[in-house]
Design a protein around this ligand. Structure first.
Ligand SMILES: *Cc1c(COP(=O)(O)O)cnc(C)c1O
Length: 401
């Protein structure tokens, strides 16, 4: 008689407990069994004391959440399907019609697009503030302001803000501040301990992180996290997250868990290579400006020095150049096309170096006074040899001659 499907499903083999290996197991579930009805009625997923449904957490997702709390120095963590979903979840959880959100003018573009799109359709207003002038942030906070976004360094143009002063301003006004901490990755500075050793601890309220970038590190997973330190704030975010039905796939969680042990090593390697190449770009006549917070003339360098201490300081593997205005867009495009090792692509944090030209005029309310005029190109430095990358840049620059 062929085996019955019931015997295949209700099989009695149980593997021995206590299987131990460096990498945690990958648990996948939509359904999670309860031992009995009483347990089903009593199990509570909100405090991670039990499992109730795949969307509410598995041993695999709880493990990654705990490790990200350790990485960022927070207490609670939520996982979402992308870095942008982390930004959107914070906005949806904390803002309602009539509220206002403040966003730095150099913020990650899609954060601004969310404010200009859905948030404004729902009666939530926004204003963009100057990331280099804390007084501008202070002046823009009104009784309607419910959320302030912070980003250090800013996307694409990499200005480094006076984050300490920005957080002080938000605290004084009693407004929740959320940091997009993708650039810092939990390594360049501690978002929940911005003044280590000081008698007056200073912390952001929320740190969101595109795990897509350095924590995963392979350019092959999209995921985001929302880390907090306050139980009540976390619960507001968690209930919204649950109602929206945001979940992450166990294989993707596994991938990020595999990436975390080498995160610091990789971040340091990206940092050193990016700095060497940014320094080299400073010597090149084609560029009007090189933007990297560790360079003395880069906007906000002083603030980077204060916040990202430790040895020579710490930075992500990103920098941008602004070509002198005599170079046309077509020439700059040809330079990007001429690179052989740098691929043209969005995102960063993987092993392959990337290049992307940006149209700054369409990204900012006005051309920032601290930026030279010209076409901007951003580099994300991967893990290739620095000499090879430098030679690639030099060869592509020769095409401009
Ligand atoms: C990439 C990025 C995000 C969004 O991450 P995705 O996973 O691509 O949605 C958010 N903020 C910053 C600063 C980023 O660089």
């Amino acid at each position: 008689m062929p085996v019955s499907s019931t015997d295949l499903i209700h099989h009695n083999y149980v593997p021995p407990a206590g299987f131990a290996a460096p990498q945690p197991g990958v648990f996948k579930a939509s359904t999670v069994y309860f031992p009995n009805v009483a347990a089903m009625r009593q199990f509570e997923w909100k405090d991670k004391s039990a499992y109730t449904y795949g969307l509410h957490g598995t041993p695999t997702s709880y493990t990654l959440e705990e490790r990200l709390c350790t990485l960022e120095g927070g207490k609670q963590c939520l996982l979402v399907p992308s870095g942008l979903a982390a930004i959107a979840t914070v906005a949806l959880a904390l803002l309602r019609s009539g509220d206002e959100v403040l966003i730095p003018d150099n913020a990650y573009g899609p954060n601004k697009a969310l404010a200009e799109g859905e948030l404004s359709h729902w009666g939530i207003t926004h204003r963009f503030y100057n990331p280099l002038h804390p007084q501008d942030l202070a002046a823009k906070i009104t009784p309607q302001t419910r959320l302030v976004w912070l980003e250090a360094a800013g996307s694409v143009t990499l200005e480094f803000p006076d984050l300490l002063e920005q957080v002080r301003i938000c605290k004084a006004a009693g407004v929740i501040c959320a940091l997009d901490n993708t650039w810092g990755a939990g390594l360049a500075f501690a978002p929940f301990d911005l003044q280590p050793g000081s008698k007056t601890p200073l912390a952001v309220d929320i740190s969101v992180h595109a795990l897509t970038k350095y924590p995963n590190g392979g350019g092959d997973v999209l995921m985001g996290s929302i880390v907090t330190q306050d139980d009540a704030l976390h619960m507001r975010l968690k209930l919204c997250h649950m109602r929206l039905g945001l979940g992450v796939a166990a294989n993707d969680v596994e991938s990020v868990l595999r990436g975390l042990p080498s995160l610091k090593l990789r971040y340091t390697a990206h940092d050193e290579a990016a700095r060497a190449l940014a320094q080299w770009c400073l010597t090149r006549p084609e560029f009007a400006q090189v933007l990297h917070p560790a360079l003395a003339n880069s906007p906000g360098h002083r603030h980077w020095q204060v916040l990202c201490q430790g040895g020579p300081g710490t930075a992500a593997g990103l920098f941008s150049v602004i070509f002198k205005p005599d170079y046309t867009q077509a020439q700059v495009d040809a330079f990007c096309d001429g690179l052989k090792l740098f691929e043209i692509g969005y995102s960063w944090g993987g092993p392959v170096s990337l290049v992307m030209p940006y149209q700054l005029v369409s990204m900012r309310t006005h051309w920032p006074e601290h930026l030279a005029r010209g076409t901007l190109v951003r580099f994300s430095i991967g893990l290739e040899s620095v000499e090879d990358l430098r030679a690639d840049l030099a060869a592509a620059l020769r095409l401009l001659a």
